[in-house]
Design a protein around this ligand. Structure first.
Ligand code: ATP
Length: 247
């Protein structure tokens, strides 16, 4: 299996704070990788390094076949949905998406077709000509997601994709993530919502205090937790593996 993401001893310092250290990860193409950790563990920093938004202090990484030092190659092959999607309140969803397609240098006809098709798929066609300032949080997440799918990326990074969504919108988001994986898109999914990761991920990594404390297929991580713990499930695994180390 080719690798969609490969990192070697990635480290990021902010002044005296070590946000991420010794991070070595391998994510297979077409898989869904769940990246779990409590607040401040280093999830966002990792995603920002892998999406070339911030440079590591040391270490190396390749994403979608290119080094993260080669910003243009990486960004042309990936999409990144941050926790709060970057949208212009004064634009309508359709205007925002056409603008985003233009930044990607997509042909106008491709933009028109893909924007319409994706608005339809995400149930936003009826609201496409309303201003984003009037959109709910869930609707904004969906527009943010369409925005990063316009150029048909090989790898998508989703930071807390279901946070703040009602159950119905969260279910839609989970279905979209499944569809992406079915289409061979690699999904790197960061969340502290264990249910999301448990439902979707092939492999999981648990990060705590900037370090990867466990990594592997979902079943193996669960088994590891069951050997030590009393209760079942990834939530128990997660709590076991993060709580013990924060003292
Ligand atoms: N720009 C920055 N300047 C200084 N410190 C930072 C910066 N970004 C992150 N940090 C610090 O790095 C550590 C990791 O933060 P990060 O945002 O990556 O964690 P996280 O796992 O994404 O947390 P959350 O779930 O709360 O978003 C924290 O101690 C944080 O305070």
């Amino acid at each position: 299996m080719p690798l969609a993401i490969e990192t070697e001893s990635l480290r990021k310092e902010y002044g005296d704070t070590v946000a991420v250290t010794g991070l070595s990860l391998r994510v297979e193409s077409g898989s869904v990788y769940g990246f779990l950790g409590p607040n401040g563990a280093g999830k966002t920093t990792t995603m920002r390094m892998l999406t070339t938004l911030t440079a590591p202090t040391s270490g190396r990484a390749r994403v979608a076949g290119a080094s993260i030092e080669d910003r243009a190659s990486v960004t042309s092959r990936i999409g990144f949905l941050p926790d709060v999607p970057p949208l212009y309140d004064e634009l309508t969803a359709r205007e925002q998406l056409r603008y985003a397609g233009g930044i990607r240098d997509l042909p106008a006809e491709t933009i028109r077709e893909r924007v319409s098709a994706l608005l339809d798929r995400f149930d936003l066609s009826d609201d496409a000509d309303r201003r984003l300032g009037e959109y709910s949080r869930g609707m904004r997440k969906r527009v943010g997601l369409i925005q990063i799918l316009l150029h048909d990326p090989d790898v998508v990074f989703l930071d807390e994709p279901t946070s703040g969504l009602d159950p119905r919108s969260a279910r839609t988001m989970r279905r979209v993530i499944e569809d992406l994986a079915d289409d061979e898109t690699t999904v790197f999914l960061s969340s502290h919502l264990l249910t999301v990761v448990e439902a979707l991920a092939d492999r999981v990594g648990v990060i705590q205090d900037g370090r990867l404390v466990t990594e592997g297929p979902l079943d193996a991580v669960k088994r590891e937790a069951q050997r030590d713990g009393e209760s079942e499930g990834l939530e128990a695994a997660f709590l076991e593996m993060t709580e013990g180390r924060s003292e």
